[in-house]
Design a protein around this ligand. Structure first.
Ligand SMILES: [Zn+2]
Length: 122
């Protein structure tokens, strides 16, 4: 944050990558740079409030992720077509978040084991 304004570094890369993965898990591989998401094309613009994160800033962040090879797409202001790259996915794998997010649906199906109750006698 500088003079009350957000900077690129204030937008965590993982925040964007996780969002992109969540879309991808729903079969939506790309996200765009439209003002409004559509059912089959989520918009990055909808992810961050424009009052706090102006277009220029979010596109700069995406440019940063593209340079780091984590995302592919275009930041010229066109529709963007941002896509997670293998490198972006492997970052999520390394944080362990991806494994947890993949397991989550399974966790709902398994009956939860009773919480171990502390034994006051011991
Ligand atoms: Zn472009």
């Amino acid at each position: 944050m500088k003079k009350g304004r957000f900077q690129c570094k204030d937008i965590p890369a993982l925040f964007i990558l996780k969002w992109m993965w969540t879309n991808r898990a729903r079969g939506l591989v790309r996200c765009t740079w439209f003002q409004q998401s559509t059912p089959d094309l989520p918009s990055l613009r909808d992810l961050l409030p424009v009052e706090l994160f102006p277009d220029k800033l979010v596109l700069a962040k995406m440019g940063n992720l593209i340079r780091r090879g984590l995302v592919s797409g275009c930041v010229c202001g066109c529709r963007g077509d941002f896509t997670l790259t293998d490198a972006g996915i492997s970052i999520l794998q390394r944080t362990g978040w991806l494994a947890k997010s993949l397991l989550r649906p399974l966790l709902y199906l398994t009956p939860s084991s009773p919480a171990p109750s502390p034994d006051p006698a011991s």
